[in-house]
Design a protein around this ligand. Structure first.
Ligand SMILES: NC(=O)c1ccc[n+]([C@@H]2O[C@H](COP(=O)([O-])OP(=O)(O)OC[C@H]3O[C@@H](n4cnc5c(N)ncnc54)[C@H](OP(=O)(O)O)[C@@H]3O)[C@@H](O)[C@H]2O)c1
Length: 249
């Protein structure tokens, strides 16, 4: 039986771990061909080997480099002979109070979470337009819906993704391009592990402990993404907020 995304041509950024990796697996399971991008080439190649090199093309790319992001999107579309789906998933989360923060952390979050997403989108829109339409999925966060102390700049980037997604939706609907913003709660991935601030590490550890087995898995978010992509053409799921059942905020 054909999968729900049979023949779809998709790009996934941040595909070397976590939600991006699980999304590549889910898309291929549903019949899509995927161009998987991130900086860690070895992880992408291992993913392609595991899932099938005919369905997954591995591309080492730093999405904060505008020219590299553009080439990634354009080369992927050429390689797959079209582009139906762009999943802007690459992201970093470096939390801590604003006072005394390392501004390099702010720059990394803004460069990856905002500019990387913008560069890939900018490159994908004309390709999708020429192909008669497409679907862009932007991975924001519950942190794009509620702000909390210690998360100000991450909140800023993820609120930005939500706002950008809605404005973009209005601009591209006449080109048959759907836009979806996915907002995960706490998912067990590498994301939290990049934090060093003792207060943040303690807060994350406590939250993780409280959720126990109830924490979201990357595959839960991949399932939600597949759901949005597999609706009939007249249905646009514009926003999906997925929390662990026991996550309060
Ligand atoms: N985990 C959660 O609780 C959670 C909750 C809400 C939202 N999110 C969002 O979900 C998305 C995926 O995160 P995750 O949880 O799956 O974390 P993750 O396992 O750390 O994955 C992040 C991905 O982004 C890639 N990346 C980072 N910087 C990049 C760059 N400059 N260029 C290209 N790729 C880059 C990483 O690959 P390389 O290091 O190989 O480049 C990695 O594949 C992020 O946007 C995150 O904000 C996660």
């Amino acid at each position: 039986m054909p999968g729900s995304l049979e023949g779809r041509k998709a790009i996934v950024t941040g595909a070397s771990s976590g939600i991006g990796e699980a999304t590549v697996e889910a898309l291929v399971r549903e019949g899509a061909v995927v161009s998987a991008g991130a900086r860690r080439r070895d992880r992408l190649e291992a993913l392609a080997e595991r899932v099938g090199t005919e369905a997954v093309h591995a591309h080492a790319v730093d999405v904060t480099d505008e020219a590299a992001a553009r080439s990634f999107v354009e080369d992927s579309a050429a390689e797959m002979d079209g582009l139906d789906v762009l999943i802007n998933n690459a992201g970093v989360m470096l939390l801590g109070p604003v006072t005394g923060a390392d501004v390099e952390h702010w720059q990394r979050m803004i460069n990856v979470n905002l500019l990387g997403l913008l560069y890939c989108t900018h490159a994908a829109l004309p390709v999708m337009g020429e192909g008669g339409g497409g679907h862009i999925v932007n991975v924001s966060s519950v942190a794009g819906r509620t702000a909390n102390m210690g998360s100000a700049v991450y909140n800023m980037t993820k609120f930005g993704v939500v706002a950008f997604s809605e404005a973009l939706r209005q601009e591209v609907l006449d080109a048959n391009i759907r836009v979806t913003c996915v907002e995960p709660g706490f998912v067990a991935t590498e994301l939290q592990g990049h934090n060093e601030h003792p207060m943040v590490v303690q807060m994350i550890d406590k939250m993780r402990e409280d959720l126990g087995d109830g924490v979201l898995q990357a595959s839960d978010i991949a399932d939600a993404i597949v759901y949005t992509l597999s609706r009939p053409p007249h249905v646009a799921i514009n926003e999906v907020l997925v929390r662990p059942t026991k996550q309060r905020r």
